[in-house]
Design a protein around this ligand. Structure first.
Ligand SMILES: *Cc1c(COP(=O)(O)O)cnc(C)c1O
Length: 372
Protein backbone atom coordinates (compact mmCIF):
# COMPACT_ATOMS: atom_id res chain seq x y z
CA UNK A 1 0.00 0.00 0.00
CA UNK A 2 1.33 3.42 -1.01
CA UNK A 3 1.23 5.70 1.99
CA UNK A 4 0.72 9.41 1.47
CA UNK A 5 4.13 11.06 1.58
CA UNK A 6 4.40 14.07 3.87
CA UNK A 7 8.05 14.62 3.01
CA UNK A 8 9.30 13.29 -0.33
CA UNK A 9 13.06 12.77 -0.65
CA UNK A 10 13.23 15.44 -3.32
CA UNK A 11 10.42 17.41 -4.94
CA UNK A 12 11.85 18.46 -8.31
CA UNK A 13 8.54 19.88 -9.48
CA UNK A 14 8.57 22.32 -6.59
CA UNK A 15 12.21 23.25 -7.24
CA UNK A 16 11.57 23.94 -10.92
CA UNK A 17 8.30 25.78 -10.35
CA UNK A 18 10.22 28.20 -8.10
CA UNK A 19 12.02 29.42 -11.24
CA UNK A 20 9.15 28.89 -13.67
CA UNK A 21 9.04 32.39 -15.12
CA UNK A 22 12.83 32.37 -15.71
CA UNK A 23 12.65 28.91 -17.30
CA UNK A 24 9.81 30.04 -19.58
CA UNK A 25 11.92 32.98 -20.75
CA UNK A 26 14.82 30.64 -21.45
CA UNK A 27 12.53 28.30 -23.39
CA UNK A 28 11.20 31.17 -25.51
CA UNK A 29 14.70 32.44 -26.27
CA UNK A 30 15.62 29.06 -27.72
CA UNK A 31 12.39 28.61 -29.67
CA UNK A 32 12.74 32.07 -31.18
CA UNK A 33 16.41 31.55 -32.06
CA UNK A 34 15.56 28.51 -34.18
CA UNK A 35 18.85 26.99 -33.12
CA UNK A 36 18.55 23.82 -31.02
CA UNK A 37 22.04 22.30 -31.00
CA UNK A 38 25.42 24.02 -30.43
CA UNK A 39 24.34 27.63 -30.53
CA UNK A 40 24.55 30.73 -28.42
CA UNK A 41 22.96 29.29 -25.27
CA UNK A 42 25.56 26.54 -24.98
CA UNK A 43 28.37 28.98 -25.67
CA UNK A 44 27.06 31.45 -23.08
CA UNK A 45 26.47 28.74 -20.51
CA UNK A 46 29.99 27.41 -21.04
CA UNK A 47 31.45 30.86 -20.44
CA UNK A 48 29.27 31.46 -17.40
CA UNK A 49 30.08 28.08 -15.88
CA UNK A 50 33.82 28.67 -16.46
CA UNK A 51 33.55 31.97 -14.64
CA UNK A 52 31.61 30.37 -11.80
CA UNK A 53 34.12 27.51 -11.44
CA UNK A 54 37.16 29.74 -11.99
CA UNK A 55 38.48 27.67 -14.87
CA UNK A 56 39.46 28.76 -18.37
CA UNK A 57 37.24 26.39 -20.34
CA UNK A 58 33.96 24.50 -20.06
CA UNK A 59 32.63 22.15 -22.74
CA UNK A 60 28.99 21.09 -22.49
CA UNK A 61 28.29 17.43 -23.26
CA UNK A 62 25.31 15.07 -23.11
CA UNK A 63 25.76 13.66 -19.58
CA UNK A 64 28.08 13.30 -16.63
CA UNK A 65 29.05 9.82 -17.73
CA UNK A 66 30.01 11.14 -21.17
CA UNK A 67 31.98 13.96 -19.54
CA UNK A 68 34.01 11.36 -17.64
CA UNK A 69 34.49 9.12 -20.68
CA UNK A 70 35.54 11.98 -22.96
CA UNK A 71 37.93 13.30 -20.28
CA UNK A 72 39.66 9.93 -20.01
CA UNK A 73 39.80 9.58 -23.81
CA UNK A 74 41.31 13.05 -24.12
CA UNK A 75 44.09 11.99 -21.73
CA UNK A 76 44.77 8.98 -23.94
CA UNK A 77 43.76 6.48 -21.26
CA UNK A 78 43.16 3.09 -22.85
CA UNK A 79 43.35 -0.67 -22.68
CA UNK A 80 45.89 -1.90 -20.15
CA UNK A 81 45.86 1.33 -18.14
CA UNK A 82 44.69 1.58 -14.54
CA UNK A 83 42.69 4.39 -12.98
CA UNK A 84 42.25 4.80 -9.23
CA UNK A 85 38.67 5.44 -8.07
CA UNK A 86 36.97 5.36 -4.66
CA UNK A 87 35.23 2.11 -3.68
CA UNK A 88 32.03 3.90 -2.58
CA UNK A 89 31.15 6.06 -5.55
CA UNK A 90 28.16 6.03 -7.88
CA UNK A 91 28.94 3.35 -10.45
CA UNK A 92 29.23 5.86 -13.34
CA UNK A 93 32.76 6.68 -12.19
CA UNK A 94 33.82 3.06 -12.76
CA UNK A 95 31.82 2.67 -15.95
CA UNK A 96 33.70 5.56 -17.54
CA UNK A 97 37.03 3.88 -16.79
CA UNK A 98 35.79 0.56 -18.19
CA UNK A 99 34.31 2.21 -21.29
CA UNK A 100 37.73 3.49 -22.40
CA UNK A 101 39.14 -0.02 -21.88
CA UNK A 102 41.05 0.71 -18.67
CA UNK A 103 40.72 -1.02 -15.31
CA UNK A 104 39.19 0.74 -12.31
CA UNK A 105 41.36 0.19 -9.22
CA UNK A 106 39.28 0.70 -6.10
CA UNK A 107 40.56 2.30 -2.93
CA UNK A 108 38.69 2.86 0.31
CA UNK A 109 37.13 6.12 1.48
CA UNK A 110 37.54 7.63 4.92
CA UNK A 111 34.86 6.37 7.28
CA UNK A 112 34.39 9.94 8.53
CA UNK A 113 34.01 11.95 5.30
CA UNK A 114 33.03 9.15 2.84
CA UNK A 115 35.52 10.71 0.41
CA UNK A 116 38.57 8.91 -1.02
CA UNK A 117 41.24 8.40 1.67
CA UNK A 118 44.53 9.94 0.46
CA UNK A 119 46.40 7.39 2.65
CA UNK A 120 45.04 4.48 0.60
CA UNK A 121 45.97 5.87 -2.83
CA UNK A 122 49.72 5.29 -2.88
CA UNK A 123 49.41 1.56 -2.14
CA UNK A 124 47.23 1.13 -5.22
CA UNK A 125 49.66 2.78 -7.66
CA UNK A 126 51.41 0.44 -10.14
CA UNK A 127 53.44 1.03 -13.30
CA UNK A 128 50.13 0.93 -15.24
CA UNK A 129 48.39 3.65 -13.20
CA UNK A 130 47.56 6.68 -15.33
CA UNK A 131 45.09 8.74 -13.34
CA UNK A 132 43.20 9.26 -10.09
CA UNK A 133 39.51 10.17 -10.08
CA UNK A 134 38.61 11.85 -6.79
CA UNK A 135 34.82 11.98 -6.42
CA UNK A 136 33.57 14.90 -4.34
CA UNK A 137 30.84 12.75 -2.86
CA UNK A 138 27.54 14.12 -1.50
CA UNK A 139 28.74 17.72 -1.96
CA UNK A 140 31.97 17.70 0.01
CA UNK A 141 35.32 18.48 -1.60
CA UNK A 142 37.99 15.78 -1.33
CA UNK A 143 41.30 16.53 0.35
CA UNK A 144 42.77 17.98 -2.82
CA UNK A 145 46.07 19.18 -1.30
CA UNK A 146 47.22 15.66 -0.46
CA UNK A 147 45.72 14.09 -3.59
CA UNK A 148 47.46 16.68 -5.79
CA UNK A 149 50.75 16.05 -4.00
CA UNK A 150 50.49 12.27 -4.56
CA UNK A 151 49.58 12.78 -8.22
CA UNK A 152 52.59 15.05 -8.72
CA UNK A 153 55.03 12.66 -7.06
CA UNK A 154 53.86 9.74 -9.21
CA UNK A 155 53.24 11.78 -12.38
CA UNK A 156 49.56 10.86 -12.54
CA UNK A 157 46.73 12.95 -13.88
CA UNK A 158 43.77 13.96 -11.76
CA UNK A 159 40.29 13.85 -13.27
CA UNK A 160 37.75 15.15 -10.78
CA UNK A 161 34.27 13.66 -10.73
CA UNK A 162 32.40 16.81 -9.74
CA UNK A 163 28.88 15.53 -10.46
CA UNK A 164 27.72 16.11 -6.88
CA UNK A 165 29.59 19.23 -5.82
CA UNK A 166 29.00 22.25 -8.07
CA UNK A 167 30.12 25.22 -6.02
CA UNK A 168 32.02 23.34 -3.28
CA UNK A 169 35.62 24.30 -2.64
CA UNK A 170 38.86 23.11 -1.11
CA UNK A 171 41.01 25.92 0.21
CA UNK A 172 40.49 28.83 -2.16
CA UNK A 173 39.69 26.75 -5.26
CA UNK A 174 36.42 25.35 -6.52
CA UNK A 175 35.91 21.65 -7.16
CA UNK A 176 36.25 21.00 -10.86
CA UNK A 177 39.33 23.24 -11.08
CA UNK A 178 42.03 20.96 -9.61
CA UNK A 179 42.45 18.22 -12.21
CA UNK A 180 43.98 18.56 -15.65
CA UNK A 181 40.48 17.87 -16.94
CA UNK A 182 37.30 17.39 -14.89
CA UNK A 183 33.78 16.08 -15.36
CA UNK A 184 30.44 17.16 -14.00
CA UNK A 185 26.78 16.21 -14.45
CA UNK A 186 23.61 18.27 -14.75
CA UNK A 187 21.26 15.33 -14.19
CA UNK A 188 18.00 16.87 -12.87
CA UNK A 189 18.52 15.87 -9.22
CA UNK A 190 22.03 17.33 -8.91
CA UNK A 191 22.63 20.69 -7.20
CA UNK A 192 22.93 22.23 -10.67
CA UNK A 193 20.36 20.20 -12.58
CA UNK A 194 18.91 20.61 -16.07
CA UNK A 195 15.39 19.57 -17.09
CA UNK A 196 16.88 16.47 -18.68
CA UNK A 197 20.35 15.02 -19.14
CA UNK A 198 23.47 17.13 -19.45
CA UNK A 199 27.09 17.32 -18.38
CA UNK A 200 30.29 19.27 -18.87
CA UNK A 201 34.03 19.06 -18.68
CA UNK A 202 36.12 21.83 -17.16
CA UNK A 203 39.81 22.45 -17.83
CA UNK A 204 42.49 25.12 -18.03
CA UNK A 205 44.10 23.39 -20.99
CA UNK A 206 43.45 24.98 -24.38
CA UNK A 207 44.57 21.75 -26.07
CA UNK A 208 42.09 19.56 -24.12
CA UNK A 209 39.29 22.09 -24.58
CA UNK A 210 39.81 22.02 -28.35
CA UNK A 211 40.03 18.23 -28.43
CA UNK A 212 36.82 17.68 -26.41
CA UNK A 213 34.94 20.14 -28.66
CA UNK A 214 35.94 18.03 -31.66
CA UNK A 215 35.28 14.75 -29.88
CA UNK A 216 31.74 15.67 -28.75
CA UNK A 217 30.73 16.58 -32.30
CA UNK A 218 31.57 13.60 -34.55
CA UNK A 219 35.28 14.41 -34.44
CA UNK A 220 34.57 17.45 -36.52
CA UNK A 221 35.88 20.98 -36.17
CA UNK A 222 34.29 22.15 -39.36
CA UNK A 223 31.05 20.73 -40.76
CA UNK A 224 31.69 17.66 -42.92
CA UNK A 225 35.40 17.65 -42.13
CA UNK A 226 36.25 14.90 -39.65
CA UNK A 227 39.62 14.78 -37.91
CA UNK A 228 38.99 11.88 -35.51
CA UNK A 229 36.34 9.19 -34.97
CA UNK A 230 34.22 11.14 -32.53
CA UNK A 231 30.92 10.92 -30.67
CA UNK A 232 27.61 12.67 -30.65
CA UNK A 233 27.62 14.02 -27.10
CA UNK A 234 26.40 17.59 -26.94
CA UNK A 235 24.59 19.65 -24.37
CA UNK A 236 21.56 20.95 -26.24
CA UNK A 237 20.42 24.56 -26.46
CA UNK A 238 17.30 24.10 -24.32
CA UNK A 239 19.19 22.47 -21.46
CA UNK A 240 21.93 25.10 -21.70
CA UNK A 241 19.32 27.87 -21.55
CA UNK A 242 17.68 26.27 -18.49
CA UNK A 243 21.08 25.77 -16.87
CA UNK A 244 21.97 29.45 -17.29
CA UNK A 245 18.90 30.30 -15.20
CA UNK A 246 19.73 27.62 -12.65
CA UNK A 247 23.36 28.72 -12.43
CA UNK A 248 22.22 32.20 -11.38
CA UNK A 249 20.52 30.65 -8.35
CA UNK A 250 23.09 27.99 -7.53
CA UNK A 251 24.99 29.81 -4.83
CA UNK A 252 21.82 30.88 -3.04
CA UNK A 253 20.38 27.36 -3.32
CA UNK A 254 23.58 25.77 -2.02
CA UNK A 255 23.37 28.13 0.96
CA UNK A 256 19.79 27.03 1.60
CA UNK A 257 20.97 23.41 1.60
CA UNK A 258 23.76 24.28 4.05
CA UNK A 259 21.21 25.91 6.36
CA UNK A 260 18.98 22.83 6.28
CA UNK A 261 21.99 20.59 6.94
CA UNK A 262 23.02 22.70 9.93
CA UNK A 263 19.49 22.41 11.33
CA UNK A 264 19.63 18.62 10.98
CA UNK A 265 23.08 18.52 12.59
CA UNK A 266 22.03 20.74 15.49
CA UNK A 267 18.94 18.71 16.33
CA UNK A 268 20.21 15.21 15.60
CA UNK A 269 23.50 15.18 17.47
CA UNK A 270 24.06 12.75 20.33
CA UNK A 271 21.01 10.65 19.50
CA UNK A 272 21.32 6.87 19.76
CA UNK A 273 24.15 5.60 17.57
CA UNK A 274 23.40 8.15 14.86
CA UNK A 275 26.49 9.38 12.98
CA UNK A 276 26.25 12.75 11.26
CA UNK A 277 28.24 14.02 8.26
CA UNK A 278 31.72 15.34 9.04
CA UNK A 279 33.70 17.85 7.04
CA UNK A 280 37.48 18.14 7.01
CA UNK A 281 39.56 21.29 7.33
CA UNK A 282 39.61 23.44 4.18
CA UNK A 283 36.73 21.49 2.53
CA UNK A 284 33.29 22.95 2.08
CA UNK A 285 30.17 20.80 1.90
CA UNK A 286 27.19 21.89 -0.19
CA UNK A 287 25.06 18.90 0.89
CA UNK A 288 23.93 17.44 -2.41
CA UNK A 289 23.10 14.50 -0.17
CA UNK A 290 22.66 14.56 3.63
CA UNK A 291 23.62 11.14 4.89
CA UNK A 292 23.36 9.82 8.44
CA UNK A 293 24.52 6.41 9.60
CA UNK A 294 23.15 3.92 12.11
CA UNK A 295 23.29 0.18 12.73
CA UNK A 296 19.47 0.27 12.70
CA UNK A 297 19.36 1.77 9.21
CA UNK A 298 16.69 -0.48 7.68
CA UNK A 299 14.45 -0.15 10.74
CA UNK A 300 14.86 3.63 10.77
CA UNK A 301 14.08 3.84 7.06
CA UNK A 302 10.81 1.86 7.52
CA UNK A 303 9.87 3.90 10.56
CA UNK A 304 10.40 7.15 8.66
CA UNK A 305 8.42 5.81 5.73
CA UNK A 306 5.51 4.82 7.93
CA UNK A 307 5.52 8.43 9.11
CA UNK A 308 5.34 9.75 5.55
CA UNK A 309 9.06 10.47 5.11
CA UNK A 310 10.91 9.19 2.07
CA UNK A 311 14.64 8.50 2.34
CA UNK A 312 17.21 7.00 -0.04
CA UNK A 313 20.34 4.91 0.33
CA UNK A 314 23.52 6.16 -1.35
CA UNK A 315 24.43 3.46 -2.33
CA UNK A 316 22.88 0.13 -1.35
CA UNK A 317 25.38 -2.08 -3.25
CA UNK A 318 28.99 -0.93 -3.61
CA UNK A 319 30.38 -1.18 -7.17
CA UNK A 320 32.75 -4.08 -6.37
CA UNK A 321 29.75 -6.27 -5.46
CA UNK A 322 27.73 -5.40 -8.56
CA UNK A 323 27.13 -8.12 -11.13
CA UNK A 324 28.43 -5.74 -13.82
CA UNK A 325 31.85 -5.88 -12.15
CA UNK A 326 32.10 -9.60 -11.38
CA UNK A 327 35.03 -9.78 -13.85
CA UNK A 328 37.15 -7.70 -11.49
CA UNK A 329 36.85 -10.70 -9.13
CA UNK A 330 36.33 -8.69 -6.00
CA UNK A 331 34.43 -10.35 -3.16
CA UNK A 332 32.51 -9.37 -0.05
CA UNK A 333 34.98 -8.16 2.57
CA UNK A 334 37.45 -6.69 0.06
CA UNK A 335 36.36 -3.10 0.80
CA UNK A 336 35.01 -3.16 4.35
CA UNK A 337 34.53 0.60 4.62
CA UNK A 338 32.50 0.82 1.41
CA UNK A 339 30.46 -2.17 2.60
CA UNK A 340 29.92 -0.66 6.05
CA UNK A 341 28.70 2.56 4.41
CA UNK A 342 26.34 0.60 2.15
CA UNK A 343 24.90 -1.17 5.20
CA UNK A 344 24.48 1.81 7.51
CA UNK A 345 23.89 4.94 5.40
CA UNK A 346 20.58 6.70 5.05
CA UNK A 347 20.04 9.93 3.11
CA UNK A 348 17.48 12.32 4.59
CA UNK A 349 15.29 14.64 2.50
CA UNK A 350 17.17 17.79 1.54
CA UNK A 351 16.65 20.40 -1.13
CA UNK A 352 16.75 24.20 -1.32
CA UNK A 353 12.99 24.35 -0.98
CA UNK A 354 12.21 21.84 1.74
CA UNK A 355 10.22 23.71 4.39
CA UNK A 356 11.11 24.25 8.02
CA UNK A 357 8.06 22.22 9.08
CA UNK A 358 9.11 19.31 6.85
CA UNK A 359 12.59 19.37 8.37
CA UNK A 360 11.13 19.56 11.88
CA UNK A 361 8.91 16.56 11.13
CA UNK A 362 11.93 14.52 9.98
CA UNK A 363 13.87 15.50 13.11
CA UNK A 364 10.95 14.71 15.44
CA UNK A 365 10.34 11.29 13.90
CA UNK A 366 14.04 10.36 14.12
CA UNK A 367 14.18 11.44 17.77
CA UNK A 368 11.05 9.43 18.49
CA UNK A 369 12.57 6.38 16.78
CA UNK A 370 15.62 6.40 19.05
CA UNK A 371 13.52 7.04 22.20
CA UNK A 372 11.27 4.00 21.75
C1 LIG B 1 25.36 11.52 -11.34
C2 LIG B 1 26.75 11.06 -11.27
C3 LIG B 1 27.48 10.71 -12.42
C4 LIG B 1 26.86 10.55 -13.76
O1 LIG B 1 26.21 11.63 -14.27
P1 LIG B 1 25.04 11.43 -15.36
O2 LIG B 1 24.77 12.81 -15.83
O3 LIG B 1 23.90 10.80 -14.68
O4 LIG B 1 25.62 10.57 -16.45
C5 LIG B 1 28.82 10.40 -12.27
N1 LIG B 1 29.41 10.40 -11.06
C6 LIG B 1 28.74 10.70 -9.94
C7 LIG B 1 29.46 10.70 -8.63
C8 LIG B 1 27.39 11.04 -10.01
O5 LIG B 1 26.73 11.32 -8.87
Amino acid sequence: MQKKLKVPYLNLSKTNIKSLSELKKAFLRVIKSGRLVLGEEVENFENEYSKFSQVKYTVGVASGLDALILSLLALGIKNGDEVIVPSNTYIATLIAVSRVGARPILVEPKITTYNIDPDTIENAITKNTKAIIPVHLFGQACEMDRITEIAEIHKLNIVEDNAQSHGASFGNKFTGSFGLINATSFYPGKNLGALGDGGAITTDSKRLDTYIRILRNYGSREKYINDVIGYNSRLDELQAAFLRTKLNNLKENNNRRIKIALTYIQHLKNIGDLILPATVKNSTHIYHVFTVRTKKRDELQSYLYSNGIQTLIHYPIPPHLQKAYRDLEYKRGDFPIAEELANTSLSLPISPWITQSEVTHVIDVIRKFFKR
